[in-house]
Design a protein around this ligand. Structure first.
Ligand SMILES: C[S@@+](CC[C@H](N)C(=O)[O-])C[C@H]1O[C@@H](n2cnc3c(N)ncnc32)[C@H](O)[C@@H]1O
Length: 219
């Protein structure tokens, strides 16, 4: 297990932390936490401000295929797949790869890309409806921190069960007190976040042996 920067090729998004912090209310946090239309395609104050396919995941998908040495016929699962952009791009960059996704958002799944229809399902990360060792790799990007610690622990165990030592999770973290403060001003939906040390302790507790990286909020 290792820290690997698999999202390095995503365009860097500049975040207006001040605007978000000023606009943040309990009501908006509540709306965002439903992961419905407002979160994905509503105003920026409650989420993405428009979650649309633009091909940005293609270079990331290539790096994932290379990192896990995926080949046609292998099965990959994206936990927290939203509209299935990464699922689509994994299959585009490695024809014959069997990619699947799951998410708790009925809204996102119902607006998925046409190429992934029939490959995504409604489920939650702590109960993955698949047999042991049924995937060549499991990926979960910016999703697991939306779970409370005990549920997150269970989700990591589930990921490990499906693909022992062959997973990648990207989660919210911070390295300094200043980064932590910035994160707290920005965050809408995360229920668990920590310094790397806290995350690594959680990985160990869960017996998680896959790879990881941190999402650190920057202005
Ligand atoms: C920040 S979005 C990330 C979406 C996608 N992975 C990406 O990076 O573009 C978080 C996603 O996690 C999903 N999610 C939240 N709680 C979840 C859970 N318990 N199980 C599975 N997905 C969940 C949300 O619906 C949303 O699609």
């Amino acid at each position: 297990m290792a820290q690997v920067h698999l999202l390095d090729k995503l365009p860097k998004t500049r975040r207006n932390v001040c605007a978000r912090a000023e606009a943040k209310t309990a009501e908006r946090v509540d709306i965002a936490s439903k992961f419905g239309e407002q979160y994905f395609d509503g105003p920026r104050e409650v989420g993405y401000g428009g979650y649309r396919y633009d091909g940005r995941w293609i270079p990331v998908a290539r790096d994932m295929v290379r990192h896990f040495r995926l080949k046609p016929g292998d099965r990959v699962l994206d936990v927290g797949c939203a509209k299935g952009f990464l699922v689509k791009d994994l299959m585009a960059v490695c024809p014959g790869l069997e990619a699947f996704g799951l998410d708790v958002s009925e809204y996102a799944l119902s607006r998925c890309e046409p190429e992934v229809v029939g490959r995504l399902q409604l489920a939650s990360a702590e109960r993955l409806p698949f047999p042991d060792r049924s995937f060549s790799a499991v990926i979960s990007i910016n999703t697991l921190h939306n779970l409370e610690r005990p549920v997150l622990l269970q989700a990591l165990k589930e990921i490990e069960r499906l693909a022992p030592g062959r997973a990648f999770v990207q989660v919210d973290a911070y390295h300094t007190e200043a980064q932590r403060e910035l994160f707290l001003r920005w965050v809408l939906t995360a229920k668990f976040h920590d310094y790397p040390k806290g995350w690594l302790k959680l990985f160990e507790e869960a017996g998680y042996t896959g790879d990881w990286d941190w999402t650190v909020v920057e202005e």
